[in-house]
Ligand binder design. Structure first.
Ligand code: MN
Ligand code: MN
Length: 297
């Protein structure tokens, strides 16, 4: 584990997240948000670990802007802006929820409190089930619901979901946090009327390499090589292919690669009862006395 790279990536992601929090996004398009945030990450000397997610209202996660996406943020929207920076594949994953209608402040507060309570109790030796219990209790005490089937995760070089889950509810099957691995903790909160589960929606606009096996199609193989060289196994968006391919052609080749199972497409995740969802997220490395929260500015 390269502690230094985790710290560098975390500092960049944390700074950008705080700028995002302070910005008024009403009237801006999701495309403008994604392009701004991604350029801020690159400007600071990191690469994007995944396309910026701008998931609105009942969409909990996994929406990124299409090329020139014209969807505009209104003052009634609750927007999860989830961003990732990486240095040599060492990832900082962090999120903030912005909202302009005070009616939804409680959801944002619920996600932030749950994250902060989880971080306060973190140290080497803590059980993942106890983190889940704390997140669940914090959220339910506020009269809200955690999303049970979304969770934080362990991180490895060039791997965002590295096998271990940091749960948002109490759950059986637990591991003990150690100091040789980085993790993301990300409570998702919905209203008391929510289902507390997400299901997959129709839209898929985040992709990742699934196999480097040759396809016997020259153009498809060329795109596979480009993806491996530029994004490794990390997620990417169609927007990120357009400096090399024209949009229509990129879509066609991507479609072929998905059919051949060389590329995986992630569906958006939507709250089961259509209720709004808020999220907060930090990346951290546990230590004997607590945790280094890499994405704290
Ligand atoms: Mn994230
Ligand atoms: Mn995450």
């Amino acid at each position: 584990m390269t502690f230094e790279d985790y710290i560098k990536a975390g500092k960049i992601a944390g700074e950008v997240r705080e700028n995002v929090r302070k910005t008024d996004w009403v009237g801006k398009t999701v495309y403008e948000i994604c392009e701004y945030v991604e350029s801020e990450i690159r400007k600071r000397g990191a690469k994007c670990a995944f396309p910026v997610n701008t998931s609105i209202n009942e969409v909990a996660a996994h929406y990124t802007a299409e090329p020139n996406d014209s969807k505009i943020i209104t003052n009634d929207d609750l927007v999860k802006i989830d961003l990732g920076a990486q240095i040599n594949g060492y990832i900082a994953d962090t999120a903030v929820t912005v909202c302009y209608n005070p009616e939804f402040d409680s959801l944002v507060h619920g996600a932030e409190s749950a994250l902060s309570n989880a971080m306060s109790m973190m140290k080497v030796g803590v059980k993942s089930s106890d983190i889940g219990r704390t997140i669940e209790k914090t959220i339910k005490d506020l009269g809200l619901l955690p999303i049970a089937n979304l969770s934080g995760h362990s991180l490895e070089q060039y791997t965002i979901h590295a096998g271990k889950s940091v749960p948002n509810i109490w759950s059986i099957g637990s591991f003990t946090f150690q100091n040789e691995q980085a993790f993301a903790c990300e409570p998702f909160v919905t209203t008391g009327e929510g289902l507390g589960f997400v299901h997959e929606g129709k839209i898929k606009n985040i992709f990742a390499l699934a196999s480097r096996k040759r396809t016997k199609d020259k153009k498809a193989d060329e795109m596979l090589d480009y993806i491996w060289t530029n994004f490794n196994l990390l997620p990417f968006a169609l927007r990120w292919l357009l400096n090399k391919w024209e949009e229509k052609e990129a879509r066609n080749i991507l479609e072929i690669l998905i059919k051949k199972k060389a590329i995986h497409a992630y569906p958006v995740l939507v709250e089961g009862n259509g209720q709004r969802v808020a999220q907060a997220e930090h990346t951290f490395i546990p230590n004997e006395n607590g945790a280094t929260i890499t994405t704290n500015p």
